[in-house]
Design a protein around this ligand. Structure first.
Ligand code: SF4
Length: 168
């Protein structure tokens, strides 16, 4: 029987793809989830060629649009390079059953990412990263979660049941 295919932020799988060369391995995602599903790692920022290490970026509301700008250098704008990578993801997304994002990331966060204005004032702590936001708008029926929503055993079992994995 074909197993569900789940895209997972690569840093949650222990891959050293964060801006600082670190990772954020999540025990259940690394050790348990692969026993039930096929894991498809992704990292928007390294996928877009930003490299490791790289300058930290954050979400900035700029007029009517949201941009990914450098934290220490607001002249650094990687919005377009990320959006180019995102446009190439559609064929892969059509083959996935779910995604698990890294919370609070300016690329991957799902209703958990800080959004600032041009002066560094926090506008919201519950924005979405530009990739997660695009996935939700383009694939509204896709099952989406993040590492924070998969902390408890009840949440983990519920996620698997929603994927059609039985006997958990
Ligand atoms: S949060 Fe997303 S963009 Fe950032 S390192 Fe993890 S996978 Fe890459």
């Amino acid at each position: 029987m074909t197993r569900p295919r789940v895209g997972v932020s690569a840093c949650l799988l222990g891959q050293a793809v964060r801006y600082d060369g670190d990772s954020r391995p999540h025990a259940w995602i690394c050790d348990v989830l692969p026993g039930f599903v096929e894991i498809v790692p992704f990292c928007p920022e390294t996928g877009a060629g930003l490299g490791v290490p790289r300058p930290a970026v954050h979400l900035v509301k700029d007029g009517g649009t949201v941009r990914l700008l450098g934290v220490s250098n607001s002249e650094l704008d990687v919005t377009m390079v990320l959006k180019q990578w995102i446009r190439q993801q559609e064929p892969l997304l059509q083959k996935l059953d779910a995604l698990v994002f890294k919370a609070r990331s300016p690329s991957c966060g799902l209703d958990s990412t800080p959004l600032y204005d041009r002066n560094g004032v926090l506008l919201s702590a519950r924005a979405s990263g530009i990739y997660a936001d695009w996935v939700r708008r383009r694939f509204p029926a896709m099952l989406l979660s993040d590492d924070v929503e998969l902390e408890s055993e009840r949440q983990q079992k519920d996620f698997l049941r929603r994927l059609g994995v039985h006997g958990v």
